[in-house]
Design a protein around this ligand. Structure first.
Ligand code: S3P
Ligand code: PEP
Length: 455
C-alpha cells in the first residue's frame, strides 16, 4: 500500500540533530507544537468503528505507518474505509462496518496494536460462518515481539492457531464457529493482549470475561483506555477486581469520534523545553485522559521543568536544568525513552523501574538505551526490569560531558526521538534512519526543526 504520510531520511542516511542549549548561547525556545493524534486511540477507534452498528467518521486520526497498517488490515477483513484529511493533516476517515471475512493476509509491520488487536477479530468471521484461515506476518523486528499468551488465549477460545510453536509472528488463525464466554491470559509481557481480547468482546454472543493470570501487568492506563473507548461506544464494562474485566455483549454505536493529540509523542517536545531552555506549548491537551503521556507534566516537574495547563494548552518551561529522577514507569513504558534521554543529560543519577517488558517493544529498548548512552560516553546500566543512569559525566559542561556520535535507532521511532533530545545538548549527534519516526510521527524531523526555528 502506498503510504499516506511522508517518510524522512531512511536506513543508512544520517540526520544531524540540531543543537539548542542555554549553556552554549543558543536562543531560548518559544514554540507551540501541534502534535498529531494518539496512535493508541486512533487504532482502538478504527477497530471499534469497524464493529459498530453504522458508518462513523473518525476525525483527527493519526496519519502514520501504524494507522495505515490498521486501515489496511481492516479493509482486508471486509471493512470499507474512506480516507481524507483535515486542514492540519489529521485523518478524516469514514469507517463503514461490514461482516468480517476470513481467507486473507494481514501485514502487521512493527505495530503492536495491529499484531495484538486484529487476530481476535477473526473470531467474528468464524461466528458468521467464514472459517477461512487468516495469516499474519510483519517486519523482521516484529517476529521477535511476544505474541504467545494471546495466541494461547485464542486457542482457549476455540481457534486453531499455527505458529510452529514459536509464540511470535508469523502465524495463521482459523477461527471457531462459537466461543466460550471467558478466557485467561498472561498479559505480563504486554497489556495489548488484554486489550485485543476486550475490543472484540462486545460482539461475541455472550460477551467475554478476561482474566489476567500473570505476575505483573504493565501499561494499565492503556487497558483503562480500552474500557473507556468501549464505554464511549455504549458498551458495559465491569471490573470486579484489578485483574478481571467483564465486557457485556452489545451494539457499538458512535455519534462521532475525535482523536486526542498523542501525549506520548508530545513528550520529546516537552523535554526539549528543559534541555534547550525556554517554553514549549502543546495545544489540545485533554483535561481528562487515559493516555499514559499524561504522566509527563509531573515527571518533568520533578526533573527541573515547570508545567501548567491553562485552558487546553500545556505549557512547559525550563532553564536548561535537568535533574535525575527515580521513577516506576510500569504504567507508562512507552514514555521511557524520552525520560531516559533526560536522565542521560541530568545532573545526578537516575533509576527507572517497572520496564522489563520494554525488551519486547519495537526493539529491546533497555539494551538499546544502555548501548546508545554508552556510545556517548555516559553511564547507563540495563537490569532485568530497570535502567540506572550515572547522569552526565560533567553536567555543567555545554555538552553535558557527553561526546557526539552516530546514534542507532533500531527501527524504533522512540529511539530516534531519544537521540534528538540528547542532540539538543550534545554537539555532533547524527541519527541513523530518523525516518523510523514514520511509525507514529512521520513529520517529526520538520516539526523538531520548526520548534527550534532552524531552517
Ligand atoms: O495499547 C496500546 O495502545 C499500547 C500499549 C502499550 O503496550 P505494552 O503494554 O506492550 O507496553 C504501549 O507501550 C504501546 O505503545 C501502546
Ligand atoms: C511500544 C510501542 O508501540 P506498539 O504499539 O508497537 O507496541 C510504542 O509506541 O512505544
Amino acid at each position: 500500500m502506498t503510504p499516506t504520510y511522508s517518510v524522512g531520511l531512511g536506513p543508512g542516511q544520517l540526520w544531524p540533530a540540531p543543537v539548542s542549549s542555554p549553556l552554549n548561547g543558543t536562543r531560548q525556545l518559544d514554540a507551540t507544537v501541534d502534535v498529531p493524534g494518539s496512535k493508541s486511540l486512533t487504532n482502538r477507534y478504527l477497530v471499534l468503528a469497524a464493529l459498530a452498528d453504522a458508518p462513523v467518521v473518525v476525525r483527527g486520526g493519526l496519519v502514520s505507518r501504524d494507522s495505515d497498517l490498521m486501515i489496511a488490515a481492516l479493509r482486508s477483513l471486509g471493512v470499507a474505509i474512506e480516507t481524507g484529511a483535515d486542514a492540519s493533516g489529521g485523518g478524516v476517515w469514514t469507517v463503514a462496518p461490514g461482516p468480517l471475512r476470513g481467507g486473507v493476509h494481514v501485514d502487521c509491520g512493527l505495530a503492536g496494536t495491529v499484531m495484538r488487536f486484529v487476530p481476535p477479530l477473526t473470531l467474528l468471521a468464524g461466528i458468521a460462518g467464514d472459517m477461512g484461515p487468516v495469516t499474519f506476518d510483519g517486519d523482521a523486528g516484529a517476529r521477535l515481539r511476544p505474541m504467545g499468551p494471546l495466541l494461547d488465549a485464542l486457542r482457549a477460545l476455540g481457534a486453531t492457531v499455527d505458529d510452529d510453536g514459536r509464540g511470535t509472528l508469523p502465524f495463521t488463525v482459523v477461527p471457531p464457529a462459537s466461543v466460550p464466554t471467558s478466557v485467561d491470559v498472561d498479559s505480563s509481557a504486554s497489556s495489548q493482549f488484554v486489550t485485543g481480547l476486550l475490543l472484540v468482546a462486545p460482539r461475541l454472543p455472550g460477551g467475554l470475561t478476561v482474566r489476567h493470570i500473570g505476575e505483573s501487568l504493565p501499561s494499565l492506563p492503556h487497558i483503562d483506555m480500552t474500557c473507556e473507548t468501549l464505554r464511549e461506544a455504549g458498551i458495559r464494562v465491569d471490573q470486579p477486581d484489578e485483574r478481571t474485566w467483564i465486557v457485556h455483549p452489545g451494539t457499538l454505536h458512535f455519534d462521532s469520534i475525535r482523536v486526542e493529540p498523542d501525549l506520548s509523542n508530545a513528550g520529546p517536545f516537552m523535554a526539549a523545553a528543559l534541555v534547550a531552555g525556554g517554553t514549549v506549548r502543546i495545544p489540545g491537551w485533554p483535561r481528562q485522559t487515559t493516555q499514559p503521556g499524561a504522566l509527563f507534566p509531573a515527571l518533568l516537574e520533578r526533573m527541573g521543568g515547570r508545567c501548567e495547563l491553562v485552558g487546553d494548552v500545556m505549557t512547559v518551561t525550563g532553564d536548561g536544568t535537568v535533574r535525575g529522577i527515580t521513577a516506576d514507569l510500569s504504567p507508562a513504558g512507552e514514555i521511557t525513552p524520552t525520560i531516559a534521554a533526560l536522565c542521560a543529560l541530568a545532573a545526578g543519577a537516575s533509576e527507572l523501574t517497572g520496564i522489563g517488558h520494554l525488551r519486547g517493544h519495537e526493539t529491546d529498548r533497555l539494551a538499546a538505551i544502555a548501548t546508545e548512552v554508552d556510545r556517548l560516553g555516559g553511564v547507563c546500566l540495563a537490569g532485568d526490569d530497570s535502567l540506572k543512569f550515572g547522569g552526565a559525566p560533567r553536567p555543567d559542561d555545554a555538552d553535558a560531558g557527553l561526546v557526539g556520535a552516530v546514534m542507532e535507532t533500531y527501527h524504533d521511532h522512540r529511539m530516534a526521538t531519544f537521540a534528538a533530545v540528547i542532540g539538543l545538548r550534545v554537539a555532533g549527534v547524527e541519527v541513523l534512519n530518523v525516518g523510523t519516526t514514520s511509525k507514529t510521527m512521520p513529520e517529526f524531523p520538520s516539526m523538531w526543526r520548526a520548534m527550534l526555528a532552524v531552517a
